[in-house]
Design a protein around this ligand. Structure first.
Ligand SMILES: [Zn+2]
Length: 326
């Protein structure tokens, strides 16, 4: 098996609408095109032994152990490398977890593999190490996962701080940073700066969305957004304070996906009249309250007024219809 190329994608891409930072590798399976995981003696058991945490990967099965189930049944090495590259990054403390593997058209045994990264260099390293791990497991050798994970851990202060901000601050890590920055006040200033840099509060919220799905398999529908974003009620500040999104654009990407997933199917069904509705973004632990205006629907237009964001699922009022988006 050989990695033909490794590229870094940073921005819009054909693999995902929401993931912008991807490692893209082209992998040639060579003779392993004829050898999926179930054809290699002991592969499944050894993978489970050396990387037990892959248990949490749901894969296409959609439930815990889903990926292991696929390995047991038989899946190709490209797909396995995708999952291992993600898991190695997770173990090193990165917030990743999305990937896809697809055959290259017309080239037998050659695969496009994409998976997300936080640190470019470490993402590329994860790809190479994932291939090493697979080779070791095939050859019944200990891949030494701890050593790889240590290599992948980011040494840069900025990355360390970001990681801490995402997790509970734990004393050991805090003292690591204090050693680098000097004293506690410096650290607080540094974190403040990093947070404000990450959240681009001046970014515009989107004004328009064309739904991916057609209404009655026929008509494209446009959604126009209005935002309750005034000086007294700064929606952007609420997004910043009440959610874990790192930017206005990250929030609007997720909301657009959520709206795409409920509309237009719900029109005329659950959404039959103008009024207030709410979307619970389960994964983000967040509720978005909006009102919908169907008056222009004849012209294939819908107005959505986004009123506010609330942490967690806080809507149980009877006059609001809730959608749950996972
Ligand atoms: Zn998978």
């Amino acid at each position: 098996m050989t990695i033909k190329s490794i590229n870094i994608i940073n921005g819009k891409n054909k693999w995902s609408n929401t993931k912008k930072k991807l490692v893209h590798i082209v992998l040639d399976l060579g003779s392993y095109e004829e050898k999926p995981s179930n054809k290699i003696d002991g592969f499944y058991d050894r993978l489970k032994k050396y990387l037990p945490s892959l248990k949490s990967h749901r894969c296409s099965e959609g439930k815990e152990n889903g990926f292991f189930y696929r390995v047991k049944k038989g899946t190709w090495m490209g797909h396995i490398i995708e999952h291992i590259a993600l898991e190695l990054q997770t173990l090193a403390g990165y917030n990743t977890g999305w990937g896809r593997t697809r055959g290259v058209k017309g080239k037998k045994g050659v695969y496009n593999i994409v998976f997300n990264y936080e640190d470019e260099e470490k993402g590329k390293l994860a790809a190479k190490e994932a291939l090493n791990v697979v080779n070791d497991i095939i050859n019944d050798k200990d891949p030494n996962i701890d050593k790889i994970v240590n290599k992948l851990k980011s040494k840069s202060l900025k990355e360390t701080i970001k990681r801490i901000l995402r997790e509970e601050i734990d004393e050991a890590r805090l003292s690591d940073i204090l050693r680098v920055t000097g004293n506690k006040n410096d650290l607080h200033n540094y974190i403040e700066k990093e947070i404000s840099k990450d959240f681009e509060i001046d970014r515009e919220l989107p004004t328009q969305l064309t739904l991916k799905k057609r209404y009655n398999n026929r008509d494209k529908i446009k959604v126009y957004f209005n935002w309750y974003d005034t000086l007294e009620h700064s929606l952007k500040r609420r997004i910043k304070e009440r959610t874990n999104f790192k930017s206005v654009s990250e929030f609007s990407d997720v909301l657009k996906d959520a709206i795409n997933s409920i509309l237009p199917d719900e029109l005329g069904v659950t959404i039959s009249e103008n009024g207030r509705y709410a979307i619970n973004l389960t994964e983000n632990n967040l509720t978005v309250v909006f009102s919908i205006n169907l008056d222009n629907f004849e012209n294939k237009q819908i107005d959505i007024n986004v009123i506010t964001v609330l942490p967690k699922n806080q809507i149980d009022k009877k006059n609001i219809i809730n959608f749950f988006v996972y």
